[in-house]
Ligand binder design. Structure first.
Ligand code: ADP
Ligand code: ZN
Ligand code: ZN
Length: 747
C-alpha cells in the first residue's frame, strides 16, 4: 500500500471488488496513485475485510466519492488482469442464473492456484515403509480409526498412493498420514506431475494428417466451417452413433477456427481425458493446453497464464475449462454433452454446456454439442430449431452396430439355470468370445460385493450410522462400507438383533461378478475397473494399457468403462443388470438407463469382427431397455419427451430444487416451511411448488434432509423465486439451504 499522504487528495480512485462471500454486492475500496493501474477491472486484489485479508477481483470502477468510509486495498499484486471483461460478464450471468454472488461465481471460474499464487500443492506419494514396521507399530500403539483405515489401504497397495488419493480413498485428512510417516511406518516422496506425464504423451504423439471425410462428415464439416468463418454464433447438435467419426469432425472444424487466428475449447467428461484423447488432439495441433483435475495449483496457474497470453490454440479439459481465458473464442466443443459430470455439484451449480453456450453467444463463437445419446433438453432444442441438427447415422468403415439380445432374468429357463448373476445366454456368449480370442466388457453399475447385508430371520439390515442407506460389503478387506459418507463397519458374524449367524448378502456388485467369472472361466484373465480398484489415474492407465495389449480377457466395471474406450478386439459387451438405475424414483432414470446401455453397447464391434451385446434385465418390456437394444434414440427420445411433457418436467418446465439439511429436525422443518412461504409469495400462478418433502435418502452424513421442487414455465419465473430466496436472511441453528437450478435429479 502506498501511504496516502504522498498523493494529492484527488489522486485516488474507488473500485468495486467481488469477494468470495455469499453476499450479493460488490465491496468498495480505495486505491492511490500508480496502484490504480494495478487495480483495474479484472485484476486480483487483496483487501481488508472484517479483520481478515481476502482476495477478490476488481469488477468495476466506481465514479464519484462514496458517502461512507472506505478502506484502502491491502495489495494489488499483479501487473496484468486475470479476468477479461467477457469472463466477468459471464460470472454475472452465473450469479444471476444459478443464484450466487458475483464473487462466488468468479471464485468458481478461476483456479485456486491463480487466485492465491505461491501456494503450490506438491504431488506426494505415500508408501508403506515395510510390513514389519507396520506390524510393530500396530502392536505397540493404539491406532486411531483414521490411521487404521490408512494403514489397511497401504498394506494392500505396495506401489502406494498419491497423498490426495489416499486421503480421499480412506476418507481422512492428511494428519493421520503424517503421523504414520513420523513413526516411520509410511514414507512420503515428492514425484513428477501428471502434466509432465501428459507432456510426454504429447511429445510421443505422432503428427497426423486430416483424414479424407465420408460424405456425411463432409456435410458436417462444411456447415461448421461456414459458421466459423462468418463468426456467427450458432449451436449445433452433432448427433452421431458411437464410432461415427465425430472426433474427426471436431478436429477439422477446429483446424479452420485456428487458421483464422481464434482459439477452440474442447470440453470432455473427466473420465474421457486420457492420453488416448489428448494424443489425438496433439497429433493434429501444436499448441494444445490440457487442463486436468489432477494438476497441482502451480501447474494450473501456469496453464492459465499461457492460455491468457494466447499461447494455446486448443484447450482441452473438463467442466471448468469452459472458463479458460482464451483471448478470442472461435469454437466450443462439448463432447458427450449428455454427461452428468458437466454439472457442478457445489455452489454455483452451473452446467458447463449451458454456460458455454452463453459465453459463445457473447463471443460470436460456434458451439458443437456431440453425443450418440443427446440430453433430452438438447434434442428438444434441436427439434424446436434453437440448435441446428447435424447427423452421422453410420459407423465408419461400414461397420454395423452390434446386435443386442435382451435376456429376461425372470424367465423360467433362467431361473432354472441357477443362483449366479451370469445368465445362461451370457455364459455361452462369453465362452464363444473367448474361444475366438476376442475380448469382453461386462458392466455392473454397482461396486462392492453385496449391496446389502440382512438377517433372513428378523429382517435386520446393516445400515450406515450416519445415512439412511444400507452398507455395501467389500470382499477384499471384509469391510462393509457406506457409499455416501465412507463410514465403515466390520461385517457382523451374527445378527445383532436375533443372533442368527451369518447374515445374508444380497445385491450384486462388480466384485461379485469378478468372483463368479473366476469360478466359471478359470482360464480367463479378469480385471475390475471401479472407483475401489482405480484409486489413482495410473491404475486407470495401467488397466487400459493391459486391456489394449490383450493381456486382459474380460474387463468388469461400473459406468467408468462405458465411456469413450475404443478397443477393436472387444466382440462382446454384457450388461449384468440393466435395472440398477431404472428403479430410482427420478425423472431422469429412463434417460440415464438408455444412455448408459447405448454407450456401453457402443464399445462392442469397433474392429473387424461384429459385436454382440447381451442385456440382462427383470424388465424386458421397459422401453428404455427395448429401445436401447434396438439402438433407436429418436424413438426413445419421442416417447421419453411425451412423458416429460405429461408430468411437467424439463425441457417443458424449468426446475429449481431447494435442499435443506441439519442435524436437528425441529429447526430444519421450521426453515423448510419458511422457505416454502417465501417461494409461494414470489411464484406466479403457473408455477408449481412441491414439498417440503423428505427426499428418497432422508439422512446423509448425519444430516436430516428436506427438499422443495419448484416447477415453472420458464427461466424468468425461476429467477424471480431465486431473487426472493437470496433476499431472505441466511438460515440459522445449523440449517443449510442450497439452491439447484436445472437440477440433474431430485434424489
Ligand atoms: P466417435 O467420436 O464418433 O466415437 P471417432 O472420431 O472416434 O468416432 O471415429 C471412430 C474411428 O473411425 C476412429 O478410429 C477414427 O480414426 C476413424 N475415422 C473417423 N473418421 C474417419 C474417416 N473419414 N476415414 C477413416 N477413418 C475415420
Ligand atoms: Zn453413510
Ligand atoms: Zn435377525
Amino acid at each position: 500500500m502506498v501511504p496516502p499522504s504522498l498523493f494529492p487528495a484527488d489522486d485516488c480512485a474507488y473500485i468495486g471488488v467481488a469477494l468470495d462471500l455469499p453476499m450479493d454486492r460488490l465491496f468498495t475500496y480505495r486505491v492511490w496513485g500508480d496502484e490504480r493501474a494495478q487495480a483495474d477491472v479484472g485484476h486480483r486484489v487483496r483487501v481488508p475485510f472484517r479483520g481478515r485479508t481476502l482476495t477478490g477481483f476488481v469488477a468495476a470502477r466506481e465514479h464519484g466519492t462514496p458517502a461512507f468510509k472506505v478502506l484502502d486495498i491491502t495489495e494489488a499484486p499483479d501487473d496484468g488482469a486475470t479476468l477479461t471483461p467477457d469472463l466477468i460478464t459471464l460470472g454475472g450471468f452465473i450469479a444471476r442464473y444459478y443464484g450466487c454472488s458475483l464473487g462466488e461465481a468468479l471464485a468458481a471460474m478461476v483456479p485456486r492456484g491463480v487466485r492465491h499464487k505461491g501456494k503450490g500443492r506438491k504431488r506426494t506419494r505415500v508408501t508403506l515403509t515395510s510390513t514389519e514396521a507396520a506390524d510393530a507399530f500396530e502392536e505397540r500403539s493404539k491406532l486411531s480409526a483414521a490411521a487404521a483405515r490408512v494403514l489397511r489401504r497401504l498394506r494392500v497397495t505396495p506401489e502406494g498412493f498419491l497423498l490426495t488419493d489416499l486421503c480421499r480413498a480412506a476418507q481422512v485428512s492428511p494428519s493421520p498420514v503424517h503421523t504414520l510417516a513420523k513413526q516411520g511406518v509410511a514414507s512420503l516422496t515428492v514425484e513428477r506431475s501428471v502434466s509432465d506425464v501428459l507432456e510426454e504423451a504429447a511429445r510421443e504423439a505422432p503428427k497426423t494428417e486430416p483424414l479424407s471425410l465420408t460424405p456425411d462428415q463432409t456435410v458436417c464439416v462444411d456447415t461448421l466451417w461456414d459458421a466459423v468463418e462468418d463468426k456467427r454464433f450458432e449451436t449445433f447438435l452433432l448427433f452421431g452413433v458411437t464410432g461415427s467419426g465425430k472426433t474427426e469432425v471436431y478436429l477439422q472444424a477446429i483446424d479452420r477456427c485456428v487458421a483464422g487466428g481464434r482459439q477452440a475449447i474442447v470440453l470432455v467428461p473427466e473420465i474421457a481425458l486420457t492420453p488416448q484423447t489428448v494424443r489425438r488432439f496433439r497429433g493434429r495441433f501444436d499448441r494444445v493446453a490440457v487442463l486436468h483435475s489432477a494438476m497441482t495449483d502451480a501447474e494450473r496457474a501456469a496453464a492459465w497464464r499461457r492460455i491468457r497470453a494466447g499461447e494455446a490454440d486448443v484447450v482441452i479439459g473438463p467442466r471448468s475449462a469452459v472458463f479458460a481465458p482464451v483471448p478470442k473464442l472461435g469454437l466450443l466443443v462439448v463432447d458427450e454433452e449428455h454427461e452428468a459430470t458437466f454439472k457442478q455439484q457445489s455452489t454455483p451449480r452451473y452446467h458447463a454446456r449451458d454456460v458455454g453456450i452463453v459465453r459463445a453467444k457473447a463471443a460470436g463463437a460456434v458451439v458443437v454439442l456431440g453425443s450418440a445419446t443427446p440430453a433430452l433438453e438438447s434434442y428438444r432444442n434441436a427439434q424446436a430449431g434453437r440448435y441446428t441438427l447435424l447427423s452421422l447415422p453410420d459407423r465408419i468403415g461400414g461397420r454395423s452396430l452390434p446386435s443386442v439380445q435382451v435376456v429376461d432374468r425372470g424367465s423360467e429357463d433362467e431361473r432354472a439355470f441357477g443362483k449366479g448373476h451370469i445368465s445362461r445366454t451370457l455364459e455361452i456368449r462369453i465362452g464363444e468370445a473367448l474361444k475366438a480370442k476376442g475380448q469382453v466388457i461386462l458392466l455392473q453399475n454397482r461396486r462392492g460385493y453385496a449391496t446389502s447385508v440382512a438377517c433372513e430371520r428378523c429382517g435386520w439390515l446393516l445400515e450406515c450410522s450416519n445415512c439412511d442407506v444400507t452398507l455395501t460389503f467389500h470382499r477384499h478387506d471384509g469391510m462393509a462400507r457406506c457409499h455416501l459418507c465412507g463410514h465403515e463397519d466390520r461385517m457382523p458374524q451374527a445378527c445383532p438383533d436375533c443372533a442368527l449367524p451369518r447374515p445374508a448378502m444380497r445385491g450384486v456388485g462388480t466384485q461379485t461378478v469378478e468372483e463368479e467369472l473366476g469360478r466359471r472361466f478359470p482360464d480367463a484373465t479378469v480385471a475390475r475397473m471401479d472407483s475401489d480398484s482405480m484409486v489413482s489415474r495410473d491404475d486407470y492407465e495401467d488397466v487400459l494399457g493391459r486391456f489394449g495389449r490383450g493381456a486382459i480377457d474380460i474387463l468388469v466395471g461400473t459406468q467408468m468403462i462405458a465411456k469413450g474406450l475404443d478397443f477393436p478386439n472387444v466382440v462382446l459387451v454384457g450388461i449384468i443388470s440393466a435395472d440398477t438405475a431404472l428403479a430410482l424414483p427420478d425423472f431422469r432414470s429412463a434417460e440415464r438407463t438408455f444412455s448408459l446401455l447405448a454407450q456401453v453397447a457402443g464399445r462392442a464391434g469397433r474392429g473387424d469382427a461384429d459385436g454382440r451385446v447381451v442385456v440382462q434385465t427383470l424388465m424386458p418390456d421397459n422401453p428404455a431397455i427395448t429401445l436401447a437394444a434396438e439402438q433407436d434414440y429418436p424413438k426413445f427420445a419421442s416417447s421419453a419427451l411425451e412423458d416429460r411433457e405429461a408430468f411437467g418436467y424439463p425441457p417443458f418446465r424449468r426446475l429449481l430444487r431447494v435442499t435443506l439439511r441439519a442435524k436437528n429436525q425441529g429447526p430444519l422443518d421450521a426453515r423448510a416451511q419458511e422457505t416454502q412461504r417465501r417461494i409461494v409469495a414470489a411464484a406466479t400462478s403457473e408455477t408449481q411448488i412441491l414439498g417440503p418433502a423428505v427426499p428418497p435418502v432422508p439422512r446423509v452424513q448425519g444430516f436430516y434432509r428436506r427438499h422443495l421442487i419448484v416447477k415453472a414455465p420458464g427461466p424468468r419465473e425461476i429467477a424471480a423465486v431465486l431473487q426472493a430466496l437470496r433476499k431472505a436472511p441466511r438460515p440459522k441453528q445449523g440449517v443449510e439451504e442450497t439452491w439447484d437450478v436445472d437440477p440433474l435429479g431430485t434424489l
